[in-house]
Ligand binder design. Sequence first.
Ligand code: SAM
Length: 287
Amino acid sequence: MYKLTDPSEIRRLMTKYGKNFKKSLGQNFLTDEEVLDDIIRCSEIKKGDLVLEIGPGIGVLTCKLAGTGAEVTAVEIDDTLLPILAETLADFDNVNVINADFMKLTLNDIFKGKASENRKIKVAANLPYYITTPILMRLLESRSVISSITVMVQKEVAERLTAQSGNADCGAISLAVQYRAKAEIVRVVPSKSFMPAPKVDSAVVKLTILDEPAVKVSDEKLFFRLIKGGFAVRRKTLQNSLLVGAGIPKEKTLAALTELGLSPTVRGEALSLKDYADLTEYFKKIL
Ligand code: SAM
């Protein structure tokens, strides 16, 4: 058995295979056993579950996931890690490693029809930080076949993902998360829990996907256009922000705000998810 949280073991494997850490791919490997155990406990992964890991690295989390008896698929972009993974995962027959850029695959490419509304995927990963938001947006868009997403992200991203309307951390991604999931910060993780240590602290976040979106909207495309537009210009009124970010004339936004009983000077970041849903229904009729 490998002790993959031990820095000297990581160094030994990296040297054996002539491998260097690729900073550009966000390669900061977890060296904290307690954090790994927390990820496994919070993700509630059990035998037979379908599990997706994005970025297995040298396999520290992958081994723990496989140890639960789940069916694990790990997608790793860096082919120089494959020989290490072949060694560290050799004892498991319930892990499949795919060498690819996660952003170029669909969940159907990865699970080949195995995942469905009756057999949903649990995602668990220590995400590469340069691409956290696009990965999460992609996963949230596939919510019908995902039951939960338990991931390590930068601490400030974790705060954004879990922020409520009106909070300074709240952004378009916060509302996208609220729409589709219940989000909680499981724990904060200091930078010294990684090798090499990143410059910032991290946090484990769990997103539990809702069976139905938190609010009803008849046009999701317009809903997300308004949310993005509403946060396009910070500390400006919604009228300004929707003009710049969504190309909606100010007089139309003013009419919508009046109709919904909201202040004409309200800012985009002060609106709730329900306000954006109401705006969507109004604009759908007049745009
Ligand atoms: N899971 C390991 C751990 O916890 O120590 C490694 C986590 S490390 C923060 C992120 C991993 O994601 C690296 O192995 C990196 O090569 C991989 N990665 C980066 N971009 C990726 C992408 N677009 N698709 C798949 N894997 C990617």
